[in-house]
Write a protein that binds this ligand. Structure first.
Ligand code: SR1
Ligand code: MG
Length: 410
């Protein structure tokens, strides 16, 4: 029996041997392999194996039984299978937008995949205030293709039913139910982490607002019951690798059949985190304007470009005969946009109030500036959750951001 026939959590030395064992032809026989753990997510271990002679690389991502964010949290290692499977499907519907999977190993719960060379993790790039003018166009194409083409509008219904069964993902969905849809509002598990100077604001405006809880509850039940499309399930800027010409969307282990708005809203919210990081941390006015103009343009363009591309993908691929009914296309879109706005608000809330933070905000060193950003973002979040049906195009988001800044002061 070889040592990779029974699951264990690998270290850097193990992984180099592991690649030799799993993909004997990937590296040349005289390759000089070195391995480094490069993961910085909350859940898994990510290793890069390099042949120092040729420079060729591969990524190995292994799911551990305990989560990195908390040893007390245990989540099924089946998430590796889900991730490998959806990457294959997304590569069909949005070719070139996801890394290639070379192999998935159900024993070691490890994916061997393409290294996204020449790309940087988008959240890190945004904190460095890099600008990517093509991003809104790229991500909107990814969203409309991966979402609409896996929905009942376009996909054969039996195929979708079979796929829905493959993507039952109870442990990861439970994390989202708790961390996104429940704890930020009622702190029922006492795990929320609130920035000390924000505690009073959060008590009054989040924990004590019953109308907000009602709207969040409605969104939660939509997430749990609306098997609309095969969603990525965690599409924040830490799930994108980027350069000036190209993006890779990766890390889709939270995938399941859920509401399209969950993915669209997540990325919009994360562009708002980048936007407020820019407002609070860039001292040079010209540079600040340049960066924040661009982040705000993404907040506007992502929904607008989604709407524009949605029409073409719908018309070109609609299969369900009843979905061809006059005005159905528009009604279905309205539902997506409503859930997008609600989810944008939820993601903003949970990253400020809940246990899983984003660096864009936690790295704001000046206390007053961080309070300003968090107050603005929670104010925006509440309007998005409470009035989700009113955000029907990109400029609705921009008006809300501008009105909020006006209201709370620069
Ligand atoms: C316990 S995992 C915390 C968060 O990290 C992941 O990236 C998801 O966003 C999850 O909610
Ligand atoms: Mg992740």
């Amino acid at each position: 029996m070889n040592r990779f026939e029974k699951y264990f959590l690998m270290n850097e030395e193990d992984v180099a041997d592991y690649v030799r064992f799993k993909l004997p032809d990937f590296f040349a026989s005289d390759a000089k392999l070195t391995c480094k753990e490069i993961g910085d997510g909350n859940l898994n271990y990510v290793f890069r194996v390099t042949d120092d002679l040729s420079g060729k690389t591969i990524i190995v991502k292994q799911a551990g039984e305990e989560l990195r964010i908390s040893k007390e949290m245990h989540v099924s290692t089946d998430r590796g299978r889900i991730e490998a499977r959806i990457l294959g499907i997304q590569n069909k519907y949005a070719p070139g937008y996801v890394p290639e999977v070379y192999s998935y190993d159900a024993v070691m719960c490890a994916i061997l995949m393409e290294d996204m060379i020449g790309h940087k993790m988008m959240r890190t790039a945004l904190i460095d205030h890099d600008i990517f003018p093509e991003f809104a166009g790229q991500i909107s194409t990814f969203l409309v293709n991966t979402l609409l083409l896996t929905s009942d509008v376009c996909m054969d219904h039996k195929e979708k039913e079979r796929l829905t069964a493959e993507f039952v993902n109870p442990d990861l969905c439970e994390i989202t139910h708790d961390l996104v849809y429940t704890e930020p509002f009622i702190n029922d598990k006492g795990r929320n982490i609130v920035f000390e100077p924000m505690k009073e604001f959060v008590e009054k405006n989040i924990y004590a607002d019953e109308d907000l809880h009602l709207a969040a509850a409605a969104l939660k039940f939509d997430f749990m019951t609306n098997a609309q499309a095969l969603i990525h399930g965690d599409l924040h800027t830490g799930s994108v690798f980027i350069n000036k010409e190209h993006i890779y969307v990766f890390d889709p282990e939270f995938a399941f059949f859920g509401p399209m708005g969950y993915d669209i809203g997540n990325i919009i919210a994360n562009m708002l985190f980048a936007h407020f990081n820019g407002i609070e941390t860039i001292e040079d006015e010209t540079e600040r304007q340049r960066f924040t103009d661009w982040t705000l343009s993404c907040v506007q363009d992502i929904p607008d470009m989604f709407i524009e591309k949605y029409a073409g993908v719908f018309d070109g691929n609609v299969k369900d005969p009843m979905a061809k009914t006059l005005k159905f296309k528009q009604r279905y879109l309205e539902g997506i946009l409503k859930s997008t706005a609600g989810v944008t608000g939820l993601e903003l809330t949970r990253r400020i109030v809940g246990m899983a933070k984003v660096k864009d905000i936690t790295c704001i060193a000046d206390e007053k500036k961080r309070v300003h950003a968090e107050t603005a973002l929670l104010t925006i979040a509440k309007r998005l959750i409470l009035d989700s049906g009113k955000f029907i195009c990109g400029s609705d988001y921009i008006s809300l951001v501008n009105d909020t800044i006006r209201k709370i002061g620069e």
